[in-house]
Design a protein around this ligand. Structure first.
Ligand code: PBG
Length: 326
């Protein structure tokens, strides 16, 4: 056989240098958003049992974690609050002195250059654990919107650079955009959880954030994992309502959706590499069954290859270290 009959693809894989120059996808530390759990109380650095290497931090100890992030060259973090008190309407989500608001002020004071993203949801703050207001077991859409807008405004007042609403109520981007604009925060972007599936991969996060619903599930507001067209409708309405970034969540089982959204919308696309995806790798690595570093780099690269511009991941610090080593 000769060149006429088949093509020699292996030519471009012959040396390490050759492989590098034809490589299509690279990871940069600027691609990563690192999640931090901030918990009310003092002297807390609790490792989340189902997420080895991930901690809940009280404000007096948070500085260590933030310094680490900054030193590693990560540009952005997202804050999840774990409040001391919960009630029916999630008041501590929009309290001026809520845990996320306090953490944001504290971080921005010391690190004004770090981009601080506030997750905007009610589920960690409500006693029933749902992402909206509940009456007779039903999650009430429109009543929830004003509370979400209030939460976003109080987070912006505290200094949040980006608002990231994750609640999946219909119209939340429009309501939050209007709330921010009316309060004079027209320059604060919305990173919308545009496509968020009702996923079993959120299990470890709910341990970390104490946010499991007390009864029922989230299937009347989060999406059915079987649906693709619905994802396109969800993304479209968030774009129409004024979202600046679009999140697809989870990431790994939804690479097709990341690609679909990227192809249709000229906005930064964010893949959320969720807690369960993190814990699976950690668990297997702790058993010595896989090579953690190689698996993580492969997996995050596949998210970028699928079309993600940014990746929200609990591995952000590890990856930043590995990229430095290279
Ligand atoms: C809150 C929220 C959740 C996650 C991010 N924001 C949990 C949920 O919807 O139940 C999950 C993140 C993860 O699993 O890493 N609505």
């Amino acid at each position: 056989m000769n060149e006429q009959q088949f093509r020699r693809h292996r030519r471009l894989r012959r040396t390490a240098s050759m492989r590098k120059i034809v490589r299509e996808t690279y990871l940069h530390k600027e691609d990563f958003i690192y999640p931090i759990f901030v918990k009310e109380g003092t002297n807390i650095k609790n490792e989340v049992p189902s997420m080895p290497g991930v901690y809940q931090w009280s404000l007096d100890r948070l500085e260590d974690e933030v310094n680490d992030v900054v030193r590693l060259g990560i540009e952005s973090i997202i804050l999840f609050g774990v409040p001391a008190e919960k009630d029916e309407v999630g008041s501590s989500a929009y309290d001026h002195n809520g845990i996320v608001q306090q953490a944001t002020r504290q971080i921005k004071e010391k690190h004004p250059e770090l981009t601080v993203i506030a997750d905007t949801c009610l589920c960690q703050f409500t006693d029933h654990g749902h992402c909206g207001v509940v009456h007779d077991g039903e999650i009430i859409n429109d009543e929830s919107l004003s509370l979400l807008a209030k939460t976003a405004v109080s987070q912006a007042e505290a200094g949040a650079d980006i608002i990231a609403p994750s609640n999946m109520m219909d119209g939340f981007v429009a309501a939050i955009r209007q709330g921010l604009d009316e309060a004079g925060f027209e320059n604060i972007p919305i990173m919308s959880y545009a496509v968020k599936y009702a996923s079993a991969f959120y299990g470890p996060f709910r341990d970390a954030a104490h946010s499991s619903p007390k009864s029922g599930d989230r299937k009347t507001y989060q999406m059915d994992p079987a649906n693709r067209l619905e994802a396109l409708r969800e993304a479209q309405s968030d774009v129409d309502e004024g979202a600046d970034f679009l999140i697809v969540k989870p990431a790994l089982s939804y690479l097709d959706i990341i690609r679909d959204v990227k192809e249709r919308h000229p906005y930064p696309i964010v893949a959320y590499n969720v807690s369960g995806e993190y814990s699976m790798i950690k668990g297997a690595a702790q058993n010595g069954w896989i090579n953690e570093k190689e698996v993580v780099l492969e997996k995050l690269t596949s998210m970028k290859r699928a079309g993600a511009d940014l990746i929200l991941t609990y591995f952000a610090k590890d990856v930043a270290k590995w990229l430095e080593e290279k």
